[in-house]
Design a protein around this ligand. Structure first.
Ligand SMILES: [Zn+2]
Length: 438
């Protein structure tokens, strides 16, 4: 009798376990079924849809008979890091993320194709072609441009790239990496925009201070140097001169490590971000005690500083938009007002003036065509430790009709202004010339 009741109990327990398992499965299926189904719909032979650029140019199209990419080679290659491919070789492609938009899913029937799918991106494929043709001449790097009022990304290129229709058996090293979203670089002097924000908000007499630069600043036996002696400068002049001595002094004497860490963290430089569910790389900044000389180096974008270009773009886009970041998206039309207050509005306003002054008093003096457009910007020449420098240029157009923020990095490109700066200027001149003629 005892044996029978033990068996009955076992049967009951097994039944209870099966029942609980089914409940968990149904709940999970209900909560995550769409995601699972859409993920595996990469292999669904019935899926039907297309990915278009902002002007209706086909970037990728698929139905039960074929999976194709843009017809011409430049469009396939320059847009590759945006579209991705059917094989999922790059984790950052829109094709992987939005395949689900092409077919439909519900809990009862799973995937079906009652609506035909077509997704329009904010990307301008022709602009991407132009940007990639310039960038690839320099070598490796990236350019990303977004509308800072709507969040719409209009340009993203990463070099080297891949032709997804005919992928190389031995692609160039790093060709599948989306350098705008999933690479990090030493930021060099573009980082002074962050140190500037911390100084504006925490150094009471900043605008009345003067900074004397003899070309070299000694901190506990470690020498911080400038390319030349900048003499006596205001804060505004020190940023335009990109004076290492002035910003090193501000960082270790006036702002301090605790506040630097707070600003780098609050502005999102240490976190990964998501653009339409595609994750980006986190950066780095020394958060443990490092002492004055290293702290000084970190405030001028060297030390162990690492910045993802996308994080820099978020920051300058927020500055351009009065402190509020319109959430970046690849979808045409933008992020429907989704936004985050990233930078104090008064600070953003002062940074706008400072970045405009950089261009007027310095960059346009060297390269006159910078005067043609209302650029606000900052250069970066980031020493890599290998005797070369990454060339950075980041900022925005102060223009309601063309509200674009940008970031560009050319690996081992040399001086910020003379590689990335010239390239960005050329891309915008091309874009606005084209806009003017259509
Ligand atoms: Zn200096």
């Amino acid at each position: 009798m005892k044996k029978i009741s033990t068996r009955a109990l076992s049967v009951f327990l097994i039944a209870a376990l099966v029942f609980t398992g089914m409940c968990v499965f149904i709940r999970e299926e209900y909560l995550h079924g769409r995601k699972w189904a859409m993920y595996f719909s990469m292999f669904n032979p019935e899926a039907d849809g297309q990915l278009l650029d902002r002007n209706g140019i086909m970037l990728a199209a698929f139905n039960k008979d074929a999976r194709v990419y843009a017809k011409d080679w430049p469009t396939r290659v320059s847009n590759y890091h945006v579209t991705g491919d059917y094989a999922g070789m790059t984790g950052t492609g829109v094709l992987n993320r939005f395949w689900g938009s092409a077919s439909d899913y519900d809990f009862i029937y799973g995937i079906h194709n009652e609506r035909s799918g077509s997704l329009s991106l904010g990307i301008d494929a022709e602009l991407n072609n132009y940007a990639y043709s310039l960038l690839s001449q320099y070598g490796k790097g990236t350019v990303m441009i977004m509308n800072y009022k709507t969040g719409e990304v209009i340009c993203l290129v990463s070099s080297p790239s891949v032709d997804p229709a005919y992928p190389d058996e031995e692609p160039e090293d790093g060709a599948y990496v989306n350098r705008a979203l999933t690479a990090t670089y030493t930021p060099g002097s573009t980082f002074k925009l962050i140190t500037s924000a911390a100084a504006i908000e925490n150094v009471p007499d900043l605008e009345n201070m003067t900074f004397r630069c003899t070309g070299e600043l000694d901190i506990a036996g470690i020498s911080i140097t400038c390319m030349e002696a900048h003499g006596t400068q205001t804060f505004e002049q020190a940023l335009a001169n990109s004076c290492n001595c002035a910003f090193a002094y501000l960082t270790y004497m006036e702002v301090g490590q605790r506040l630097m860490v707070k600003y780098v963290t609050d502005y999102g430089f240490l976190s990964p971000h998501s653009i339409d569910g595609i994750f980006t790389s986190a950066g780095n900044y020394p958060t443990e005690f490092v002492g004055d000389p290293e702290l000084a180096w970190s405030g001028i974008g060297q030390s162990t500083d690492q910045v993802c270009p996308f994080s820099m773009l978020r920051y300058v886009a927020a500055i351009a938009n009065g402190g509020t970041l319109a959430e970046p998206t690849f979808v045409k039309g933008g992020s429907n007002g989704k936004s985050t207050l990233l930078v104090n509005p008064a600070t953003a306003s002062r940074l706008q003036e400072l970045m405009r002054n950089n261009v007027v008093s310095h960059y346009a003096q060297e390269i006159p065509s910078f005067q043609d457009l209302p650029f606000c910007a900052k250069t970066g020449t980031a020493e890599t430790g290998a005797g070369t420098s990454h060339s950075w240029f980041t900022g925005f157009l102060q223009d309601d009709a063309h509200p674009y923020a940008f970031v560009a990095v050319i690996e081992e490109g040399g001086f910020g202004l003379w590689a990335a700066g010239i390239m960005v200027n050329d891309i915008f001149q091309h874009m606005l010339q084209k806009a003017g003629t259509t």
